[in-house]
Design a protein around this ligand. Structure first.
Ligand SMILES: CC(=O)N[C@H](C=O)[C@@H](O)[C@H](O)[C@H](O)COP(=O)(O)O
Length: 232
């Protein structure tokens, strides 16, 4: 039988509540408010960055939480939960699922992804692991490595994946055919119609961030469209 958290995601919307340092909404207090709004709007889960935000969100919602910790390491491109240290902190903060970069790129300390997956599963058998990928090959490798879910998070953010301002529907469709674990559509989903298309292409669930939780980006979409009209 499918894990109950995974089963609860089926066909649903997960809202990514993230703001980085320097953004107006930076901080757990604000992210918790976004999570409350997501729950009120019938989202099935939350995705959040940093142990502090994860703790703040867990305090105000019962929704399952996908946690990650973006950390830069000198000389490495991998930044989403790159080492076991971040994995442990994300779990200690209360995440039900840990999302991590599952590309085939080098990781800080030279620790292979398979080792991180194995060690995490050994120490925390109850925690689910989500593979953030940018290509079909990475998704297939992630399933073999023992991940529970795959998300298309990193398509457009690795130099070798398609660079587009829209969701990678092709990747969603291809991965859904090629792996047997759930595939989530994530990344640059701007509209409800695009979220529905992700499901049509085979996505098990959909993760939306900026289009819901980044008011500056949303504002810019309006101002740019209007400025274009004025210029015409
Ligand atoms: C590439 C990367 O670092 N993505 C991050 C992953 O956690 C977040 O910054 C995104 O907001 C999230 O993936 C949702 O995507 P969008 O905000 O486009 O709906």
């Amino acid at each position: 039988m499918k894990n109950p958290i995974i089963a609860s995601f089926q066909g649903g919307l997960i809202v990514s509540c993230q703001a980085l340092e320097g953004e107006a909404f930076y901080g757990g207090e604000y992210m918790a408010k976004f999570a409350i709004c997501a729950e009120a709007g019938d989202a099935v889960g939350i995705r959040a960055n940093t142990p502090a935000d994860i703790k703040a969100i867990k305090a105000v919602t019962k929704l399952p939480l996908i946690g990650l910790w973006k950390q830069d390491y000198d000389g490495y491109e991998v930044y989403i939960t790159p080492t076991l240290r971040e994995v442990e902190e994300v779990i200690a903060a209360g995440a039900d699922i840990v999302a991590m970069d599952a590309t085939l790129r080098d990781r800080p300390g030279g620790v292979p992804l398979q080792t991180i997956v194995r060690e995490t599963k050994r120490a925390h058998p109850e925690v689910l692991l989500m593979a953030d990928v940018s290509t079909t090959e990475e998704g297939i490798a992630a399933e073999q490595a023992g991940f529970d879910l795959i998300s298309t998070t990193l398509s457009g953010y690795t130099p070798y994946s398609p660079q587009s301002s829209d969701p990678d529907f092709e990747l969603i469709a291809e991965l859904s055919r090629r792996v047997s674990i759930p595939v989530l559509g994530e990344g640059r989903i701007h509209t409800p119609e695009q979220a529905v298309r992700c499901l049509r292409e085979g996505a098990f669930a959909v993760v939306v961030g900026g289009a819901i939780t980044r008011p500056d980006t949303i504002t810019r979409k309006y101002t740019e469209a209007m400025a274009q009209f004025i210029d015409e």
